[in-house]
Design a binder for this molecule. Sequence first.
Ligand SMILES: *Cc1c(COP(=O)(O)O)cnc(C)c1O
Length: 413
Amino acid sequence: MFPGMERFTGSFTQQEPIPEAGIAAAMDILRHGRLHRYNTAPDEIAQTALLEQEFAAFTGARYCLAVASGGYAMATALRALQVGPGEAVLTNAFTLAPVPGAIASIGARPVFIETTPDLTIDFAHLESMALSTGARVLMLSHMRGHLCDMDRLMALCDRLGVKVIEDCAHTMGAAWNGVPSGRHGVIGCYSTQTYKHMNSGEGGLLVTDDADLAARSVLLSGSYMLYPRHRAAPPPEVFEGLRLDIPNISGRMDNLRAAILRPQIALLPDRAARWLALYRAVEQGLEQTNGLRLIPRPDAEQFVPSSFQFTLPGWEPARVAALIARCAARGVELKWFGAPDPVAFTSRYDHWHYAAPRPLPQTDAVLAGLIDMRLPLTFTPADAAMIARIIRAEVLSLRQGEISPVAALPLGD
Ligand SMILES: *Cc1c(COP(=O)(O)O)cnc(C)c1O
């Protein structure tokens, strides 16, 4: 590093604190001790039931269930759709490990679909794999917040007779053509893990308009015979024919987490606007950088970018690794989806051996040059602009010339 070179000192993993209203509500719960969602005083409505009601209203869904994690919500959605052992479930090749993990957790078989250069699912490959496997469910992962053309996707899946579960871990509050993410398919699944749009440490939410799927999900989550205490679930008669046939696979959310989350729903629009400002600052700073490709965002897509992606088309691995190392030395933490081995949270489809993945050349070509960066809300737009300047300078200097012999290993988090 040369003297006078900019160095960023912020933390890429530091989220905002829990709002004071959430802290106060959590303290109340700790003081009275009724953490379990079905442990309520007479006339008390559990925080978890209130959260479900409020999140249903936020998304416009008829029903909502709060659970222990996003991965649990996805597995529950598959079980509610009665996906069985050995059954093929279509899913994005570009996604995070909990997505194929949820499919494998019920003994089903993930079938990975190719990724376009714009990081969304490839429709032609989706159609051919749906036809060749006979799969009846697509677990659609809006990975890193990139929405495919949801109108075309739903038309294609309707034509193929494929039901869509949406993995909205990165699209809470996002929309396609005004329709909220999670409301296109039969079920939408969300995560409230610390790195997502609302933070309760761990947690998940599931929304649907389908009364049968909602009742099955509630029973699966471990409602015993206490489902009438829910406020965003179908009426008891829907449960009548199901309650003795559905196993209890405990994965409920507790009142402490729900209390922390409830005040965060109202903050989502403001958070979305601040994330977009950070995203646009990075994007603007990286425009017209030779050798670096930005991901186009369609007008129909209203996105909530808690992270930023770009690709380095045609770069050889050593040069990408050198870029990661040089940016890290200047305080900018990048992740690389082309690394030969999984690092921290970053792994890719061919690392998931249990799913017996077939090679996907188009996805391989995209992931080989795909760089990913978190954008926590503790950053300011000025921080984002500085980060972009650092990346741009290192890309331009590395694009030509010798790769410096410094140890060039990608850093995880
Ligand atoms: C985080 C995440 C999930 C699941 O979240 P958990 O709550 O950690 O189980 C699902 N899909 C994607 C793409 C994610 O990033």
